[in-house]
Design a protein around this ligand. Structure first.
Ligand code: 1GP
Length: 247
């Protein structure tokens, strides 16, 4: 089944999903086997791979290496047009709709389109909404966009609605990797109540209690990166799937 259809089906059934975010700069080739096996045995739904800025071309090594040890779908979460590899299963085709930088809205997409179209990757058109969670994150700086203020749920709601009306299949509310705090439950619930498309929420989720609050507020898929930092022994690898199973 296509990944987007699977997410829609989960949402329709009131179920939740969990993606582990792997930053290719923070993982070595030899770490991939234990990590992929842990992801597989934990029943994690998706592996997201990407970063705002990559210091090397590890992505091309990491993705096929992870795939050797798990059949968990790998979805590219690209910080730039240089983060595309046909070895993954899908790609979040992100338009930064919270910002007004034309390159992040459509320019990079034009450049990447032929590459992506020929890659065989499943394309998941995604309205990416960056929220200000207290400090300048890498994505804030690198995207050259202004995030939506933390308390302005109404702006986030209208932005998500516009993304949905434009036909984007997913909305991603992101506080940025390593955010000091996750996006407020008020904003998540306001956005979730205003759209029918699956809602992804990430940035600054570090504990099971926080994950639970974000899911209860209306996130359909949560993304955790920093807190687990590719550490296959981290307790969240089992705690979050256990939490997800309670929905
Ligand atoms: C960032 O949503 C992701 O784009 C994950 O954030 O690394 O803070 O978990 P963290």
């Amino acid at each position: 089944m296509r990944l987007l259809d699977r997410l829609k089906e989960l949402k329709a059934a009131g179920k939740k999903a969990f993606a582990v975010l792997i930053d290719p700069d923070k993982i070595r080739k030899e770490d991939c086997q234990p990590l992929a096996q842990r992801i597989q045995s934990s029943g994690i739904d998706f592996i997201f791979v990407g970063g705002s800025l990559l210091m090397n071309d590890n992505l091309q090594v990491i993705v096929p290496e992870l795939k050797r040890f798990t059949d968990t779908p790998i979805v590219l979460f690209p910080g730039s047009i240089y983060q595309i590899t046909p070895d993954a299963d899908g790609i979040l085709f992100l338009s930064v709709i919270s910002g007004r930088n034309p390159e992040m809205l459509i320019g990079n997409h034009v450049v990447a389109a032929p590459l992506i179209k020929n890659s065989g990757l499943e394309v998941l058109p995604t309205g990416y909404i960056l929220i200000d969670t207290g400090r300048t994150t890498s994505v804030h700086y690198m995207s050259n966009t202004q995030p939506i203020p933390y308390e302005k749920s109404d702006i986030a709601v209208c932005t998500a609605m516009a993304g949905e009306l434009l036909g984007l299949g997913l909305i991603y509310l992101d506080g940025g990797s390593g955010a000091q705090q996750h996006i407020s439950t008020e904003m998540i619930s306001a956005v979730a109540g205003a759209i029918d498309t699956p809602l992804i929420v990430g940035g600054g989720i570090r504990t099971t209690a926080q994950a639970s609050a974000v899911l209860k507020a209306g996130a359909d898929l949560i993304v955790i990166g920093n807190a687990m930092e590719g550490n296959a022994d981290h307790p969240l690898f089992s705690a979050i799937p256990e939490l997800i199973a309670t929905f």
